[in-house]
Structure formats: C-alpha cells, structure tokens
Design a protein around this ligand. Structure first.
Ligand code: G6P
Length: 362
C-alpha cells in the first residue's frame, strides 16, 4: 500500500526517521545560512530576542526534553537566562515573570493543545511568542508572532526522533545568532561543528547491529531499565527513558547520577539494566563512580561514552563532536536501543498503545 512505498526499504517509519537525521542536519545547516555562509535568522526574531530579559521555553514530551538542552545552549552561548516549563503545568504553577519575557514554544506538530493553551494565555498578557515547529501553518505557528522551522520533513512514527535532533540544532543556531547579535563570542564555528555532527550521525546509523545486540542482551526480558547521566547527559537520559517506555512498555526512568543515592538506588536489583551516558569530561569519573555503585548492587551496566573519554569496560563509543553538541549524537544509539527493544518484544513500533502523534485535547 501507499505507506509501504513511503517507508521504502525501511520496515518502520521510526527506523526511517532515525536514518534521516544526518540528512536533516545538513538541510538545517543549509536553510539557516545566509549568502556569506553565516548562520542567520529573521531580523525581527533577533530583535525580539535582544529585547527580552528572559526566555521562557514551553513544550511537552520530547519537545520539552529538547527545551532542557536548549536552555543550556542559550544560557552558555548567548548569556540570556532561560526557564523551561512543561506546558500542561504552566497555567497551574505560573512562574513569576520577568519584565520583558520572550516565550518560545517548541512543538514538532505545532498542534499540542497544552502548549496552545499557554500561547493563548501569553498573548492575552501581551508578551511576544516564537514557535519552533516542524509544520508550517500549524496552529502554534499561526498564532505566535514568529516561527522557526525544523525542516525535518514529515515525522510519522509516534515516537519522535528526527524532530528532537532538529530541535536541538535549531536551538543551537538560535543561541549562536543571539550571541552574535549581543556581541558575545561563543568560541567555536557552529556551522563546522554541526557538519561534524551530521557525519557522526551517519557513522552511528551504520552501527545498528551493535545496538541491536545490546538491546537483545539488556532489554529483551527485563521489566524495567534505568538511564543515568550527569550534566547534559542527564537530559538525554530523560529522553532515552521516554523513548524506551513509549514503544517497548518497559518501565524506564532517567536519573541524575548524583541523585541515585538519595532514593532511586533502592530500585536496583540483581539484573536491573542501567545504561550510563558519559559525554562530558567534567563528569566522566563521577558517572563511572555511579556505575560502580549500581553494579555492586547487582545491576547490569552498559556504558555509552564519547571518544576520548572511553574505558575498556564501555559497551559503545560515540564519535567525538563538540562538547556542547553531544546530545545530538548521544541520543541516536538510545533511539535505536528503544527501537530494537520494542521490535524484539513484539511491540507495534510506529503506533504504540495509548499514544497519539499529536495530542489536541487538554
Ligand atoms: C505527543 C507525542 C510525543 C510528543 C508530544 C509533544 O505526546 O506522542 O512524541 O513529544 O506529543 O508533541 P509536539 O508536537 O508538541 O512536539
């Protein structure tokens, strides 16, 4: 049927969309470059960012996880304070707003009702809003003052993959352009580094067999699984856990490495899979310390590290990319891990139970 044609040689949309990530990365680099090869966004958006004293990112699900990383990118590169809020909670736990807030809505579909409710509220208060979305003409795009597109192409699988990495890339570009407009030096060439990311993504997409093997070994029969990380790896752990629970129904959680001892380590039993990420030099030793703690209590550890930080016991080594951009590539083996876990457990990868691609009810 028609969907078989669209999927091409891929058995599932999710796998197709995972494989499209290097291409999407290159498309984004191209779409966001001006004639001189400089990264650029619309001048009116730059003015809105320059006028803001604080950015409020509003999103749900995977887009919220992208927002957490966006906060780090914008704060470290452009030196603008950023808060990240789950859209469904914003109305109940409204933060004290700064004098000149700029609201940034991150939404693959541009249709999420929870996010739209916040946009309506924000517009009533008279604040400016920017939507970052994959769908031109979507509700959130039409109703916000400004839009930035992901250029990821249609995402069909319920579990979001290429939209997440596209969101990270566009957020990095926003951070770089904002920094430039404020005269802040970021200290690296983002165009070049995103090119390196695209190449690394390609390498990772060719290593599926290793990930399938890890999924088979760690995730075929388990009822739960934990992802741990520190610094930006913690945020990627949250996304990895969401991917795994969405499509394989394994109870999965992402934890900050240092928080384990404050309660969650009680969950570790003989054979509990613990997947640890290590992409940042500053936390490489401490996350490995956490792995030792859980392994001593019977956990099966699987360490995924960045080239240059790897040790003999690691299960998978990621190609090196700029330390600020590691989430763009560390998430790929974790997306694949979720995919193969779901596949081996006989789950419907593209259409998991109880979930919808875009949730247009509150
Ligand atoms: C649904 C999807 C998730 C997605 C979330 C936010 O729950 O199943 O994959 O992350 O909505 O969607 P959005 O389109 O706003 O990014």
């Amino acid at each position: 049927d028609a969907s078989d044609i669209e999927k091409g040689t891929h058995p599932h949309y999710m796998l197709k969309e995972i494989d499209e990530q290097p291409l999407v990365m290159r498309k984004i680099i191209q779409k966001y470059q001006d004639n001189d090869g400089e990264l650029a966004i619309d001048g009116t958006i730059i003015d809105a960012i320059k006028a803001a004293d604080r950015i409020y990112i509003i999103a749900a699900g995977t887009s919220y996880h992208a927002g957490l990383i966006g906060k780090q990118l914008i704060e470290s590169m452009a030196k603008i304070p950023v808060e990240v809020h789950i859209s469904s909670e914003f109305g109940y736990n409204m933060p004290l707003l700064s004098e000149k807030p700029l609201f940034v809505f991150i939404s693959q579909s541009g249709e999420t009702a929870d996010s739209r409710a916040v946009l309506v509220q924000v517009k009533e208060m008279g604040h400016p809003a920017l939507t970052i979305t994959n769908v031109p003409g979507s509700t959130l795009s039409r109703e916000a003052d400004f839009t930035l597109l992901l250029h990821a192409g249609p995402e069909i699988a319920v579990a979001s993959t290429k939209a997440y990495t596209a969101q990270l890339a566009v957020l990095a570009i926003v951070a770089e352009v904002a920094a430039k407009s404020r005269g802040v030096e970021i200290g690296f060439d983002l165009v070049k580094e995103l090119g390196i990311v695209a190449n690394a993504m390609e390498v990772l997409c060719d290593l599926k067999e290793i990930i399938e093997h890890i999924a088979r070994e760690f995730l075929t029969v388990t009822r739960n699984a934990f992802f741990i990380g520190r610094a930006v790896d913690y945020y990627v752990s949250l996304e990895a856990a969401l991917k795994l629970k969405e499509i394989s129904y394994i109870q999965a959680e992402g934890f900050a490495g240092g928080e384990l001892k404050h309660g969650t380590i009680a969950l570790i039993e003989e054979g509990t899979p613990v997947i640890a990420l290590s992409t940042q030099e500053k936390v490489n030793l401490s996350i490995r310390g956490n792995v030792k703690e859980v392994a001593a209590r019977g956990a099966y550890p699987c360490i995924i590290s960045m080239k240059g930080l790897e040790q003999d016991e690691d299960s998978f080594v990621l190609p090196a990319v700029h330390e600020q951009l590691t989430p763009l590539i560390s998430v790929i083996p974790l997306q694949l891990l979720a995919y193969y876990a779901a596949l081996h457990r006989g789950c419907d990868v593209d259409k998991p139970r109880n979930l919808a691609k875009s949730v247009t009810v509150e």
